[in-house]
Design a protein around this ligand. Structure first.
Ligand SMILES: [Zn+2]
Ligand SMILES: [Zn+2]
Ligand SMILES: [Zn+2]
Ligand SMILES: [Zn+2]
Ligand SMILES: [Zn+2]
Ligand SMILES: [Zn+2]
Length: 389
C-alpha cells in the first residue's frame, strides 16, 4: 500500500495493478475480520473463540473495553479507534457500563459487564514490553511485530529477550519458519513444553546450526504421537548417555533426545490410536512435579506442535488449571480462523458471480481496508488517482 501513491510510482501504476492491490488489501481485511460482514453486533454469539476486536479511545480511553467489527463501524464511526487484530474468548462490550451514557446502536441490551473478557495494554493502543503505540510516531521505519499466542500482546524483535534477532527462526526472505510464538513471560506458564522433544520448537534462526536441515522440511514429521514409536524407545536406549549432548543436533537424535522421558514405555502396547484422549501420558512423567523451572525464554513452536500435546487426564487437568486448554483447540489458531475467513469469502464471491463487480461495489469493501490501515483519506487519494491519468 505504502508507495502506491508516492509521486514516482503513481505514474507507472495501472488501474489493473491498482485494483489487484486493492483486492489483496481486501483479502487481508477479510482474513482479519474472519469473513464477518460487519453488519451485526456479535454480542449474541457470546464469547467467540476468535474475532476481530477494536478499542475506542474516544469512548473508553482507559482501554478497559473492546467492540466488535460492526460496532466499530456503526457505533464508533469517526471516533479514535485502535484495531486489535483478533482476540480469543471475547464478547462485544459496546454500550455496556464501561461506556457511560453511550448506547450501542446495534444491540443496546447488553449485560453491564462481560466478566470473562480480559484486557491488556493493547486496548490503550500500546504494545510490547516497551509499551509503545503502533505505528510508533517516534520511529521512522515501522517494524512488524510478533504476536504471542498466549497473552496475544505484540512484540518488537529486539524486545523478545533474545541475544540477537538472528535467533528468530526465519528464512532468507524473513518469512517465519515457526508456527506460533510464546513470549518470555508466558513461557514460564508452559515450561512443560521443554519436556517434549526439542523438535517441538522451530529451528532455523540464522545462528542455528540445524538451519539448513530444517528449513525445507516439516520439522515435526518424525515426532512420535501419543503412542510413541518403536523408534523412540530404541533411540532412548541408544541415547541414554547423551544427557545435554547437543553436539549432534541432527533430526534423528533430536527425536530421541534425553528430554523426551518415557518411563512408561512398557505401557506402549496399550496405546490407542485415538490421539484426542490419551490414556497414558505422552510425557510419562508427573508433569507438575517434573516441569522444570522455566528461565523465561521466548519459544518458537514448529508446525503442528499443538497436535503432539498430551491429552491424558493429568495433562488436561494441568491445562485447565493454567487456563490454557485452548492450546488443544484447533479453532483457536489464527490459521484455522483465516481458513474459515477464506471459505466465507469464497462463498461471498460465488454469490456475486454473474453480477460482475462494479467499481463502486468495490468501494464498499474499501471501508474495511480503511479501518485496518487507518488511512482516513484513502478514498480521496483513490479518486484523485483516477482523475489524474
Ligand atoms: Zn458489537
Ligand atoms: Zn467510541
Ligand atoms: Zn455497538
Ligand atoms: Zn518493544
Ligand atoms: Zn505472552
Ligand atoms: Zn499427559
Amino acid at each position: 500500500m505504502d508507495g502506491v501513491f508516492d509521486d514516482e510510482v503513481e505514474q507507472t501504476v495501472t488501474i489493473d495493478e491498482y485494483l489487484k492491490n486493492v483486492e489483496a488489501e481486501e483479502l487481508n481485511a477479510d482474513l482479519v475480520l474472519g469473513g464477518d460482514e460487519g453488519n451485526e453486533c456479535t454480542y449474541n454469539m457470546g464469547y467467540m473463540k476468535r474475532q476481530a476486536i477494536f478499542s475506542c479511545l474516544s469512548c473508553t480511553p482507559d482501554g478497559n473495553a473492546g467492540v466488535c467489527t460492526a460496532c466499530s463501524l456503526s457505533c464508533h464511526d469517526g471516533h479514535e479507534i485502535v484495531e486489535l487484530w483478533t482476540k480469543r474468548n471475547f464478547r462485544c462490550d459496546c454500550g455496556n457500563s464501561k461506556f457511560g451514557e453511550f448506547v450501542c446502536k446495534l444491540f443496546p441490551k447488553k449485560d453491564v459487564e462481560n466478566a470473562e473478557n480480559s484486557y491488556n495494554h493493547n486496548f490503550k493502543g500500546l504494545y510490547c514490553s516497551c509499551d509503545r503505540p503502533y505505528p510508533d510516531p517516534d520511529v521512522e521505519a515501522q517494524e512488524e511485530m510478533i504476536q504471542c499466542i498466549m497473552c496475544e500482546d505484540w512484540f518488537h524483535d529486539e524486545h523478545l529477550g533474545l541475544e540477537s534477532s538472528n535467533e528468530i527462526p526465519r528464512d532468507e526472505e524473513g518469512e517465519p519458519l515457526y508456527e506460533d510464538f510464546i513470549c518470555k513471560t508466558c513461557s514460564t506458564v508452559c515450561s512443560f513444553l521443554t519436556l517434549y522433544p526439542k523438535t517441538i520448537q522451530a529451528a532455523g534462526g540464522k545462528g542455528d546450526a540445524t538451519y539448513s536441515n530444517a528449513k525445507d522440511k516439516d520439522v515435526l514429521e518424525d515426532v512420535p504421537t501419543a503412542c510413541g514409536s518403536g523408534k523412540l524407545e530404541n533411540d532412548i536406549c541408544a541415547n541414554n548417555s547423551s544427557e545435554k549432548d547437543n553436539a549432534t543436533a541432527g533430526k534423528a537424535s533430536a527425536v530421541g533426545e534425553s528430554s523426551w522421558k518415557n518411563s512408561g514405555s512398557n505401557d506402549s502396547n496399550q496405546c490407542t490410536k485415538d490421539t484426542n484422549l490419551h490414556t497414558t501420558c505422552v510425557l510419562g512423567v508427573d508433569v507438575e512435579v517434573t516441569s522444570p523451572v522455566s528461565e523465561g525464554k521466548p519459544l518458537f513452536l514448529s508446525k503442528n506442535w499443538r497436535d503432539i500435546l498430551c491429552r491424558c487426564e493429568k495433562c488436561l487437568d494441568m491445562y485447565n488449571q493454567k487456563h490454557i486448554r485452548y492450546l488443544l483447540d484447533r479453532e483457536d489458531t489464527i490459521v484455522e480462523y483465516e481458513k474459515m475467513a477464506k471459505q466465507k469469502r469464497e462463498e461471498k464471491l460465488q454469490q456475486q458471480e454473474g453480477a460482475e463487480l462494479s467499481f463502486f461495489n468495490k468501494l464498499g469493501h474499501i471501508e474495511k481496508v480503511e479501518i485496518l490501515n487507518g488511512i482516513a483519506d484513502f478514498k480521496d487519494e483513490f479518486r484523485s488517482f483516477l482523475v489524474c491519468p
